[in-house]
Design a protein around this ligand. Structure first.
Ligand SMILES: Cc1cc2nc3c(=O)[nH]c(=O)nc-3n(C[C@H](O)[C@H](O)[C@H](O)COP(=O)(O)OP(=O)(O)OC[C@H]3O[C@@H](n4cnc5c(N)ncnc54)[C@H](O)[C@@H]3O)c2cc1C
Length: 325
């Protein structure tokens, strides 16, 4: 059985949960096995109902107040119990911050192997599962197997597949008789950033600013454009190290790996450590005053110019388009 961990935060299923379900669905179908989902949290009934329509036989829920906020301790126990109870041979999670953390904890608990941050998961010829992982900062793709791993734990990179609609089937909701372990650490408070922004890994459009932004106050310009496009605002490490943006917005090797439909890089030179985090974007637009900047080597559209002139012009055009429509 393929078991997909359906990630949710604050009562909302993540887009990546549906992506993991799609990969699980294809895998289960080709291996002629069952697909089920595991949903952990507090007050999950509505989310469970939504999941039943995505090709699953069952949605196993563990609904407990102690699971209202994610903790590795709290989540790994019930998930491991579900895996054992239902004899899952493959467990798929999203390679988000939560999924990577939980996947590693789960694999350790079950004393099994983990294939982290995969971009493709397919059935192997010998009945095993094969996965493809980017290596060497995304310069090469490695096809990996873990024969003998039972279960095999896999995390799937966000946006590795295009999310699809409901499958036209309806699975069951099964409330699992599992209690979370006593938590060793509890979330006392969640402090959110002041500005409500679209989350980087889920955004369809990302506008990132680098050292060329010159200072934190100038990000307001990118935020204004982002509002027109319903986009997220990212940053290079240079901007984060300078204290202009929080680390959660950093794109790259030591930040987030993103693959939006459109990535607009403003005042970013295109160092390899940045490229590795965004090079799989479908369309890359670069604004840089240096025509030799490396970012232009990966850009589909390049604008050589001063971002302080170019960005307001782009924003103005989108405002006009919006007003006209
Ligand atoms: C182990 C390791 C991990 C790293 N991880 C990451 C990572 O996760 N993410 C990341 O981004 N980096 C990472 N880095 C750092 C990386 O090597 C670069 O230093 C960094 O990406 C540079 O950021 P930048 O492009 O914003 O700055 P710069 O390289 O300084 O480029 C600034 C650009 O802005 C342009 N510019 C300046 N003014 C204007 C203007 N007015 N209009 C238009 N263009 C302008 C310049 O022409 C220049 O190209 C890592 C480095 C190491 C060693």
């Amino acid at each position: 059985m393929v078991l997909v961990f359906a990630e949710q935060r604050e009562g909302r299923l993540k887009k990546t949960a549906y992506e993991a379900l799609l990969v699980g669905y294809r895998l289960a179908e080709s291996r002629k096995t069952e697909l089920s989902a595991a949903l952990l949290g507090s007050g999950v009934a509505e989310m469970a109902a939504a999941l039943t329509r995505f090709g699953v036989s069952n949605v196993y829920t563990v609904d407990d107040e102690a699971l209202a906020n994610y903790t590795p301790d709290g989540y790994a126990g019930p998930l491991a119990a579900l895996v054992k109870q239902h004899d899952a041979d493959t467990v798929i999670l999203s390679a988000t911050a939560m999924g990577k953390d939980l996947g590693a904890t789960l694999a350790a608990r079950l004393d099994t192997q983990l294939l982290q941050d995969c971009v493709e998961v397919v059935p192997g010829e010998d009945g095993t599962v094969e996965a493809v992982r980017p290596v060497y900062a995304g310069k090469a793709l490695s096809r990996v197997k873990a024969p003998g791993a039972n279960p095999l734990v896999i995390t799937l990179r966000p946006r590795a597949v295009e999310m699809q609609g409901e499958t036209g089937t309806e699975g069951n909701i099964v409330s699992a008789d599992i209690k979370p372990d006593k938590l060793r650490a509890k979330v006392a408070e969640i402090v959110k950033s002041v500005t409500e922004t679209v989350e980087l890994t889920e955004a369809d459009i990302i506008i990132s600013g680098g050292r060329g932004m010159k200072g934190p106050e100038n990000y307001a310009m990118l935020e204004e454009l982002a509002r027109q496009l319903n986009a997220a605002v990212g940053a290079s490490r240079a901007a984060v190290d300078a204290g202009w943006r929080d680390h959660q917005f950093q794109v790259g090797q030591t930040g987030k790996v993103v693959a939006p439909t459109v990535y607009i890089a403003c005042g970013i030179s295109g160092a390899i450590q940045h490229l590795v985090g965004m090079v799989n974007s479908k369309c890359i637009v670069a604004v840089n005053k240096d025509p030799e900047a490396n970012i232009f080597n990966v850009a589909d559209y390049g604008i050589v110019g001063d971002l302080f002139k170019v960005v307001p012009l782009i924003t103005g055009e989108f405002k006009k388009l919006k007003a006209a429509s």
